[in-house]
Design a protein around this ligand. Structure first.
Ligand SMILES: *[C@@H]1O[C@H](CO)[C@@H](O)[C@H](O)[C@H]1NC(C)=O
Ligand SMILES: *[C@@H]1O[C@H](CO)[C@@H](O)[C@H](O)[C@H]1NC(C)=O
Ligand SMILES: *[C@@H]1O[C@H](CO)[C@@H](O)[C@H](O)[C@H]1NC(C)=O
Length: 342
């Protein structure tokens, strides 16, 4: 475009030179009066001396209009080109500004890209580290799973043991409860037994203690007398309760009860009668006797249990004309004791 403009300008110069040369002198009259719309800038393209074509004295008056028209045409073209060139220049400037902006943007983007690449590299490095840690973690998880399975098995075993223990416990509880109930029964029986024992103890303590054992005499032969006599056993071996009286020979029952009595009569005389009666109050209960032949040495024994009222008496009576003997061997004895009170 520029070259076209230059070409146009050169053409105009040539034409100007040519006109001056032709006419030999040009008046300073412009064409601006007829071309009022042309700006001052365009005024530089004013062709001086063209007015000379209007000069009626000029010999070239016939040619001038054509050249003028051509020149006008050329000028218009030049103006048009100039305007186009300016537009193009404007466009170019804008484009260059955009290019510059784009380049600076590109630089920014490149910088960001490079920074992003660094970030990506950093992330890749981190990824590798994380991958290693992940695989480590996975191994640990596997290990933990194994441990968990072992623990689960142990827990199951423990739970089973707990279930067994609970069963045992329930069983033991039932047995303990049964035992406790039994214990309660036994305790009550024990306490009642103890009460009874204590009662018995008290009874026993309260029970009169009655037992006697006596020998007749160390003096040898007793009797025969003309009447029946109560034998007075004077050698006291035992006389618990003092129910027997050695001075009277009479046993007096201190309480109501069952009593046991026994006696042995002995004699060493030849050809004589020996014997005695056991009396309960005034009632004869026993008659025991024997006849001593030529050798001598006879003995009789007997025993019985009697139920006595308190105050009842027991004694031995020697029949008249009967004899009995005793000495320090204690051969003739009388014994009795309370079996139990009634
Ligand atoms: C533990 O017991 C549970 C429930 O009974 C069962 O599902 C699991 O398989 C058992 N685990 C092992 C290790 O025995
Ligand atoms: C012994 O004495 C009793 C009482 O006195 C009498 O009843 C009995 O007949 C006597 N016995 C003999 C064999 O003399
Ligand atoms: C007979 O009894 C008395 C008095 O208790 C006693 O000292 C004596 O030794 C007894 N006689 C015999 C032979 O046992």
């Amino acid at each position: 475009m520029r070259s076209a403009a230059v070409f146009l300008a050169s053409l105009l110069c040539l034409h100007w030179t040519w006109v001056q040369g032709e006419s030999g002198g040009v008046t300073g009259i412009g064409i601006s009066q007829t071309e009022g719309e042309i700006s001052k800038k365009e005024a530089q393209f004013e062709i001086h001396g063209i007015k000379a074509t209007n000069d009626p004295s000029s010999s070239q008056t016939n040619i001038t209009p054509d050249i003028l028209a051509e020149l006008r045409e050329l000028r218009d073209m030049a103006i048009e080109h100039r305007s186009k060139i300016e537009k193009l220049e404007q466009t170019d400037t804008a484009t260059q500004a955009r290019l510059t902006a784009s380049e600076s943007k590109n630089a920014v983007l490149e910088a960001r890209m490079s920074s992003n690449e660094n970030v990506v590299k950093e992330l890749q490095r981190k990824n590798i580290v994380l991958g290693a840690r992940m695989s480590d973690s996975e191994n640990k998880v596997k290990e933990l799973k194994r441990d968990y399975a072992v623990l689960e098995a142990r827990i199951n075993t423990s739970e089973n043991a707990v279930v067994d223990l609970k069963r045992d416990n329930i069983d033991l509880l039932a047995r303990a409860t049964a035992s406790e109930n039994k214990n309660r029964v036994l305790e009550s029986r024990m306490s009642s037994s103890e009460k009874e024992v204590n009662e018995l103890k008290r009874e026993n303590a309260d029970r009169p203690k009655v037992a006697f054992s006596v020998g007749l005499t160390d003096a040898g032969q007793v009797g025969p007398f003309n009447t029946d006599i109560t034998l007075k056993f004077s050698k006291v071996f035992t006389n618990i309760g003092q129910a027997y009286s050695p001075t009277t020979g009479i046993f007096t029952a201190p309480v109501r009860g069952a009593y046991y009595f026994r006696f042995t009569m002995w004699d060493n005389r030849k050809s004589s009668w020996m014997g005695a009666n056991l009396y309960h109050n005034d009632k004869r209960m026993m008659w025991s006797s024997d006849y001593s032949d030529s050798i001598g040495y006879v003995a009789v024994s007997n025993a019985l249990v009697l139920q006595l009222e308190k105050g009842d008496v027991i004694y031995m009576v020697l029949n008249s004309s009967y004899g009995v003997s005793d000495e320090n061997n204690n051969r003739t004895t009388f014994d009795g004791f309370l079996l139990f009170p009634l």
